[in-house]
Design a protein around this ligand. Structure first.
Ligand code: URA
Length: 233
């Protein structure tokens, strides 16, 4: 791979910033200063430094965002604020969310440029767990909990898969674990039971928990441990 691409993929710098740094002699490969941005590096074995710091190669980026209310997850809806506006990274335009939340839903969104992982996690057969906190207009009843555990008819061809609904602080606060992701699924499940979702907040996807230190609108890179957890079966 070209040295400038390798460094742009793995650092906070853009490709043109990297090219300048290379030309200024700020980059070494295996301890030799390399001034050619097109120099070919072996990303598995070569050791590169940028400004004296060893660079670890990152082919892909993984970000955890605490999505605020009022932002859409797509980037092409005219007149709408996109979650991408909240990401201040040179590789931002390559990112896409692993699964979408409604405009008024808050909480955990994972953004990445790792297409294969995204497809893997969104494949319908994978049934990746997603957990949400809910505030509802009416109290959650035992009948609702039972109905959710059997699958709810929300007007689609098939009922929803069984899901676990639990009351938390009181009957207006609940928590649900879904194993699929249909359009407006939780809102439609509540409506099918004569109830209404007032607030929805995603707190988990597979084994990845929303970091409680992230305020709404804030994001951070996933740790290697978290990324591995998403990748492992
Ligand atoms: N279910 C919904 O109704 N909305 C979401 O954003 C996510 C799940």
């Amino acid at each position: 791979m070209r040295l400038d691409k390798y460094l742009a993929d793995s650092s906070e710098c853009t490709r043109s910033e990297v090219k300048n740094l290379i030309k200024k002699g700020q980059v070494t490969v295996n301890r030799n200063i390399i001034k050619d941005p097109g120099y070919i590096v072996d990303e598995e074995n070569d050791i590169c430094t940028l400004g004296g710091n060893v660079i670890e190669y990152h082919k892909y980026h993984y970000i955890m965002l605490n999505k605020p209310d009022g932002y859409v997850c797509s980037s092409d809806e005219k007149g709408q604020h996109s979650i991408l506006e909240l990401i201040d990274e040179p590789y931002r335009d390559r990112l896409f969310p692993i699964g979408r939340l409604d405009k008024d839903t808050t909480g955990l969104v994972v953004l990445t440029d790792d297409g294969p992982l995204c497809h893997k996690l969104l494949a319908p057969k994978k049934h990746v767990d997603k957990e949400y906190e809910i505030i509802s207009k009416e109290p959650v009843t035992d009948e609702m909990i039972e109905k959710f555990s059997e699958g709810v008819d929300i007007g689609d061809e098939k009922k929803t898969m069984p899901s676990l609904l639990k009351i938390t602080a009181d009957e207006y606060h609940s928590n649900i674990i879904l194993h699929e992701g249909r359009y407006h699924q939780i809102k439609r499940m509540f409506e099918a039971c004569g109830n209404l979702v007032l607030k929805l907040n995603r707190i988990r996807m597979k084994n990845l928990l929303l970091d409680p230190k992230l305020k709404q609108g804030e994001y951070r890179a996933l740790t290697q441990y978290e990324t591995e957890g998403l990748k492992n079966d």
